[in-house]
Design a protein around this ligand. Structure first.
Ligand code: KG4
Ligand code: ZN
Length: 328
């Protein structure tokens, strides 16, 4: 059985996890920076990098201690090497390099998006390649065909905002606080999703791409009109976003008719309304549906350690660079 230490620091979660090849999360710690960024209504890169630098080393020591395992017993150290906020990525990657060098353990540089893309396989061993993947986070909004580790074909992306970004901006407009996605989801529970007429950008387009900037502007206008309750705007926004996602997926799935599993991953996959709509879409297409448990959807290090397990045997050079941009 193999054991990998995973490190994640690409945005505003500092996270460390030990995962074994039998899919056990042996130990993990995650430190959210929500309180550091909340006064600014969004993630401040400089604050994020400093917080990662302060917290990461004690968290690594803590995870090893929780598991009662020495670093030298790990088969590899996997760290996010991008894409993300470069200061934070560098903190995690440099720490991983130092540990790899000190213990002569292989370093595996992980693409954060691959961490999300493979996370459903950590949660459920029966998820086999190929699968159709909706990857929806704060920075990304893509539909991919996943044929294997490192074998990704992107069928759609966003021409402006990512879906999580649209949730975050909506939360900001409505004064719901930070982080925005869970706040919008909570507010929407009390609202009527048909109360506010909002556009469904791109719906009906023959290409499966996304666009959410127009939806965000419509949310702003609805809010400024003073005609609507906040909860109704939140619920109507969430429904409009879900309608966009299912329509876009329908187009993309038509290009993947040999694929029988639909998977969702990334922070927005934690949203219950999004999950329910995708589950129904899968039923309509006679496909199996899979979503990791919500805690594995938002940023975490278990998915990075798992990607390391999937890539065992790889050993990256100690001079490998952190990459702010790194498409799958
Ligand atoms: O994957 P993630 O933790 O970080 C990135 O890689 O971006 O995703 C964070 C995004 C944020 O935009 C957050 O608002 C959104 O995921 N999110 C949600 C929910 N939980 C997190 N969006 C909608 N509903 C949620 N419950
Ligand atoms: Zn992420």
């Amino acid at each position: 059985m193999a054991l990998v230490l995973g490190i994640e620091s690409s945005c505003d979660e500092t996270a460390v996890a030990l995962v074994d090849s039998e899919r056990h999360i042996v130990a993990q710690r995650i430190a959210s920076q929500d309180e550091d960024h909340a006064p600014f209504g969004g993630v401040v890169p400089e604050i994020a990098a400093r917080a990662h630098a302060e917290r990461l080393a004690p968290m690594i020591a803590g995870v090893l201690e929780d598991a009662g395992i020495a670093l030298s017993e790990c088969d590899a150290i996997a760290a996010t090497a991008g894409p993300g906020l470069i200061g934070g990525v560098m903190v995690g990657l440099v720490s991983a390099k130092a540990l790899a060098m000190a213990t002569d353990t292989p370093l595996i540089a992980i693409n954060h998006l691959e961490g999300h893309a493979l996370s459903p396989r950590l949660a459920d061993e029966s998820i086999a390649f190929p699968y159709a993947l909706l990857l929806v986070s704060g920075g990304h909004c893509q539909i991919l065909r996943v044929d294997g580790v490192g074998e990704y074909r992107r069928l759609a992306t966003t021409i402006d905002d990512a879906l999580g970004e649209a949730f975050d901006k909506t939360a900001k407009i409505l004064g719901l606080g930070f982080p925005g996605g869970p706040a919008v989801e909570r507010a929407a529970l009390e609202g009527d999703a048909r109360a506010v007429p909002l556009p469904r950008p791109m719906v009906g387009s023959g290409e499966p791409h996304f666009s959410f900037a127009g939806l965000k502007s419509a949310v702003l206008r609805a809010h400024e009109s003073g005609q609507y309750e906040t909860a109704d705007i939140a619920a109507s926004f969430q429904q409009a976003a879900v309608d966009c996602v299912t329509d876009r997926l329908r187009i993309a799935l038509a290009e993947m008719d040999d694929v029988d599993t639909l998977v969702v991953a990334g922070g927005v996959a934690a949203n219950a309304t999004v999950r329910a709509a995708l589950e129904q879409l899968a039923v309509d297409h006679d496909m199996r549906f899979a979503a990791p448990p919500p805690k594995l959807c938002t940023d975490n290090a278990a998915m990075i350690a798992w990607a390391g397990i999937e890539r065992l045997g790889q050993s990256d050079p100690l001079d490998i660079s952190a990459r702010p941009r790194w498409p799958l």
